[in-house]
Design a protein around this ligand. Structure first.
Ligand SMILES: Nc1ncnc2c1ncn2[C@@H]1O[C@H](COP(=O)(O)OP(=O)(O)OP(=O)(O)O)[C@@H](O)[C@H]1O
Ligand SMILES: [Mg+2]
Length: 252
């Protein structure tokens, strides 16, 4: 488990309004939890995030931790499962004990490693037991901590899992408008004037938020090292197309 105090504000996220509303609701219910408790209700705190790489799932856990002033504890589930094969359930119990005793945001990353309906290389019986243990732990958990499970592959998830969560949120690759907003956010005051948006938006259509974020940072570095004071569309198109090339390579 890795622990951290992230410093990422919600305003850095570029997500559809519906998703933002749901993140706001998690934050709001956490802050108003005593009001809810007085009526026998609990704040929403078991969250499942589903979506392709680099679209903001881990970032959401960081934003929740930051906005709620809670530590973020990350459990790399795929590593947990391979490292403690045979003892994974015991390990999970320890983690859920911690969730109970130390309030925080607990991110179960690569969650499909236990959510899997079947697994090829691992012992299927053992994975069943681990999944059942997890279902039980998450169902019984009545702590104040926020539990976030994140995965790329919803198809691997057992249907029994879904109803254990208060919220299931889907993340998507950025739309044209979202790519523009993301680039404006990351370039900030470095954004050049008379920027050729049309081409930039077209050429970035296959990239994730994370790749666009990196392309922007690469372009800023290039700008700094070449003693200029703004990033032009040409500069950004160069780093965007580097990402496109890397992308194509990974798909082969
Ligand atoms: N929706 C977003 N808005 C703004 N920036 C984003 C967004 N999604 C990703 N980023 C940027 O990309 C980085 C990596 O994204 P993140 O780790 O959240 O991806 P992920 O969805 O967890 O991917 P993976 O499935 O590979 O774990 C973030 O730290 C942030 O800088
Ligand atoms: Mg992630």
């Amino acid at each position: 488990m890795i622990s951290d105090n992230p410093d990422i504000a919600k305003s850095a996220m570029v997500i559809p309004p519906a998703l933002e509303t749901r993140i706001d609701r998690i934050i709001h219910e956490y802050r108003q939890q005593s009001k809810l408790k007085a009526h026998g209700l609990t704040h929403r705190r078991k969250i499942l995030l589903i979506g392709p790489p680099g679209t903001g799932k881990t970032m959401t856990a960081k934003v929740l931790a930051h906005e709620l002033r809670l530590p973020l504890h990350t459990i790399q589930v795929d590593r947990l499962v391979t490292k403690f094969m045979g003892e994974t359930s015991a390990k999970l119990r320890q983690i859920f004990d911690l969730i109970q005793s130390k309030v925080g945001v607990y991110l179960f990353d690569e969650f499909d490693a236990i959510g899997g309906e079947r697994s090829l290389e691992n012992d299927v019986g053992e994975m069943r037991r681990v999944l059942n243990a997890f279902l039980q732990f998450i169902e019984q958990d009545a702590s104040d901590s926020i539990i976030v499970a994140a995965t790329n592959s919803p198809k691997l998830l057992d249907r029994a899992l879904f109803r254990r969560f208060d919220d299931v949120m889907y993340y998507e690759p950025p739309t044209d408008e979202e790519r523009r907003r993301l680039i404006e956010n990351v370039l900030g005051t470095y954004l050049g004037s008379r920027f050729a948006w049309k081409q930039v938006i077209a050429d970035s259509r296959d990239l994730s938020h994370a790749e666009i974020d990196q392309a922007c940072r690469d372009a800023i570095k290039h700008m700094i090292l070449s003693e200029k004071n703004a990033v032009t569309a040409t500069d950004l198109l160069m780093t965007i197309n580097e990402k496109n090339d890397a992308h194509r390579g990974s798909r082969r």
